[in-house]
Design a protein around this ligand. Sequence first.
Ligand code: SF4
Length: 295
Amino acid sequence: MMREMASSDTPRPASTALHPTGGFLTGFTHSLQPYIGCRFGCAYCYVRESNVHRFFNGGFAWGEYAFPRQGVDEKLAQELACYQRKGQLDSLSIFCSSSTDPYQGAEREWELTRRCLQAFVERPPGLLVVQTRGPLVRRDFDLLAALGRRCWLSMTLETDRDEVRRALTPRCPSVHQRVQTIRAARDAGLNVQVAVSPCLPYSTVDEFGSLLAELGQRVVVDSYISGDGQGGKRTARTAIPAEYARLGWGAWQGEEAARALYRWLHQRMGEQAGWSQAGFTHLADRQSTGQSIHQ
Ligand code: SF4
């Protein structure tokens, strides 16, 4: 008899919650993934090459599944209680999430990210960065606000041109939806970082730069070459080279547009404009050396 294949949203019981970081996120002590997989399925996503996808894909292609890590919130609460007993909560700096989006569609039903945030409010870590492109995060502004200075919302906005967004990330929320979400987050008093990661073709430096400087207290700009961890080799194995050729966008390896945007922002925002890995780990680096992470 043939075994029935699990569906693309079958829950997987979580054995742990916090994972020690390395590589690109060195500086943060841990990452947290409420889901395995990501239905946003961005053309440039590097997670499709990771062991997470390789070993846990359940027979599905990258972008076609999102397995809820059932019980991850309870594991998190236990692990945070343990750190609290050892007096180590303040030394934690957590990035949520690096290999999934915590506010993709599945979160509407499962509320795992929300329940993890509730655990953080009970026992706040030194730093929590919530990285997403999902407007669903608005639902949880109350919890992010309750974490106050310890928490940063980092919203991905790789371009200000929605036709570019549609070409490479058609399942992701529109530029307009994300801009509105960021504005709402600022209105709610949250700390907001905007991640231009990776930087995609945009309007003009002045236009996109002005929007970014208005939106974020911090902005991080990244490129395929600096940001994929292998000098562009990982990107070369994605659909990006073929898409850039098909769309007539020129060489995908070119970093100059991303660097020009970063320079423009740096002139106006100083160290609140960050480049690539150093930009992403800036908050964790400050937190670990006892410096203020509130801008
Ligand atoms: S949202 Fe992030 S994790 Fe999800 S596919 Fe896109 S880049 Fe990958």
